[in-house]
Design a protein around this ligand. Structure first.
Ligand code: ATP
Ligand code: MG
Length: 550
């Protein structure tokens, strides 16, 4: 940790707790996902925070599935969550827990509350409960079942468990205060009747605890000292404390809320992300355009970049929206040092060097990463027929176009200066088919024979040696229109005849490169030795760095 970094408010609270409360021997946090979808970049913030705090204080962090809502949960999600947390670089060791493991204990606690006169079985329907609840300005009304005897409550609650009553017909509610200014304290529901097969407990239970009841009990049973959650739970904290204080569970965890991550050009709720998957708007949860951790990983982001991003956004007590260009800045910074530079032509235009010998091939040395000389060099074949980027040629260029144009010169990276002599067009369509150029043999890069300089430098590949690949370019899945994020109909562009330098033939899924002048790219999981597929992770233009300079 950087000792000059200012402490955030959570660290301040923990420092103070450690100072005041000598009973805290070790900081213990948890990451509590509900297995009802894939994790997204917002969860990464929570993961980095919870595991990060534990590591910083020499404490522990548990992975706990908050699986109290059986109808939406699935094993597929459990598996993806574990893969994502590990990939981010965190380790729960042997502390993987499920809230459902505590169902029996939670049930016992509920009986305890009933016996203490602090909970009652209520026969109001969900709608009636809502109607009785009151509003922010008006107090609620007490349930007519609120004053049942302890014996009757116990009997009814046991029969709820036994499956005697239909779904939704009764609830167990805490007896707190229907006049409380906090609506969460107006006799909140603790248990509901729900016949749903749970992915772990099967059909053992037909009553399920509510989140606000299950969460503090799970925290206490695991000896969590600080239960860090997002801001929308702030109003639930009094209920969290009520559960902790009215049960004798030993530990007294403390809930601390922080602002959730919100990113521009992104939707971040699992519900909305699931809809994109189910409606086929994207190609699964790991579509490279998705803000899910699996999508970001497939796109080519590194765990280092995500952790760096989470560090930079910090934690605050007020909600705000982070510009997605910061996330992009983080991956550029990471890959700038790590990714080999290669040449790839995305939209090829044939160039024939008319004064270059027909059968000659030269091997030209090229550095793999100027930022990191240890990455060495490779040899690039140069020959009479090449490809350059279509957009690097203009027949009638504007003034500051320092690329190729009739009669103009450019340098080919790692090779020679060439001059465009002739433009060959399709007679019928007028489309440019190829360029005829000459090269200056005295200008070979790196040999120091010529110090002649020209303004533009282009990337290229040798036509006979190039390998063909598909490259997928992405735009944001959502664009901001006023207050709203609307779906961008042009978020994916597939280029199917890209030409890459021959060394890339050996690239494997997950390998990352900088394509000179085009950005950072990652080999997609759809890639095969016969047909390479690359994703553009991010272009080279760093809009974040620009914003910072202004
Ligand atoms: P969503 O609303 O996206 O479905 P959730 O809060 O329902 O998310 P959970 O699986 O319950 O998802 O979240 C697990 C943990 O991650 C919780 O502690 C939650 O507060 C935290 N978390 C969820 N979304 C974000 C976010 N955008 N930023 C920071 N933390 C988040
Ligand atoms: Mg949730």
């Amino acid at each position: 940790m950087n000792e000059f970094k200012p402490r955030n408010f959570i660290q301040n609270i923990i420092d103070e707790d450690l100072e005041k409360n000598k009973e805290i021997k070790r900081i213990h946090t948890r990451f509590p996902p509900e297995p009802n979808g894939y994790l997204h970049i917002g969860h990464a913030k929570s993961i980095c925070l919870n595991f990060g705090i534990a590591a910083e204080y020499g404490g522990l962090c548990n992975l706990r599935y908050d699986d109290t809502n059986p109808s939406k949960e699935d094993l597929e999600y459990v598996e993806s969550i574990e893969e994502d947390v590990k990939w981010l670089g965190f380790d729960w060791e042997d502390r993987k827990y499920y809230a459902s493991d505590y169902f029996e204990k939670m049930y016992e606690c509920a009986e305890e509350l009933i016996k203490a006169g602090k909970a009652f079985v209520c026969d109001l329907s969900a709608e009636e409960i809502r109607a009785y609840r009151g509003t922010l300005t008006e107090p609620g009304q007490e349930s007519p079942y609120r004053n049942r005897s302890i014996e009757e409550n116990l009997d009814l609650f046991r029969r709820m468990r036994e499956g005697e009553f239909p779904d939704g017909s009764r609830t167990l509610r805490a007896k707190i205060d229907m006049a409380s200014p906090n609506l969460n304290m107006r006799d909140p529901v603790l248990y509901r009747i729900l016949r749903a097969t749970h992915h772990r407990t099967g059909d053992k239970w037909c009553i399920y605890p509510m989140y606000d009841y299950a969460h503090p009990i799970s925290d206490a049973l695991e000896g969590i000292t600080h239960s860090i959650c997002t801001l929308e739970f702030e109003d639930h904290r009094p209920l969290y404390d009520w559960v902790i204080n009215n049960l004798d569970l030993g530990a007294k965890p403390r809930q601390i809320e922080f602002a959730r991550l919100d990113l521009t050009n992104t939707v971040m709720s699992k519900r909305k992300l699931r809809a994109l998957v189910e409606e086929g708007v994207v190609d699964g949860w790991d579509d490279p355009r998705m803000p899910t951790i699996s999508g970001i990983r497939r796109r080519g982001y590194t765990p280092e970049a995500i952790r760096d991003f989470c560090e930079r956004i910090g934690v605050a007590k007020a909600n705000s929206v982070v510009d997605i260009s910061l996330l992009e800045h983080c991956i550029r910074e990471d890959l700038n040092a790590k990714a080999p530079r290669v040449m790839a032509v995305l939209r090829p235009l044939k160039v024939i060097i008319v004064n270059y010998p027909e059968d000659q091939v030269e091997e030209l040395p090229a550095e793999n990463n100027p930022e990191n000389p240890e990455m060495g060099t490779r040899m690039l074949p140069f020959s009479r027929e090449l490809y350059i980027e279509q957009e690097d040629f203009m027949e009638e260029p504007p003034k500051k176009f320092f690329r190729l144009a009739p009669g103009k010169e450019v340098r080919l990276k790692h090779a020679y200066i060439i001059k465009c002599e002739n433009v060959v067009k399709d007679e019928k369509t007028g489309e440019i088919i190829e360029l005829h150029c000459t090269y200056d043999p005295e200008t070979r890069s790196g040999l120091g024979q010529s110090n002649r300089k020209v303004k533009g430098t282009l990337h290229w590949v040798s036509a006979a040696h190039a390998i063909k690949a598909e490259v997928r370019l992405f735009d944001y899945l959502f664009i901001n229109e006023g207050e709203e994020e609307v779906l961008n109909p042009h978020s994916l562009e597939r280029l199917s005849s890209c030409m890459l330098e021959p060394g890339l033939k050996k690239a494997n899924p997950g390998d990352k490169f900088q394509f000179l002048r085009q950005g950072y790219f990652c080999v997609d999981k759809d890639s095969t030795p016969e047909k390479l597929v690359f994703n553009r992770i991010v272009s080279l233009r760093d809009t974040w760095a620009k914003l910072q300079k202004k």
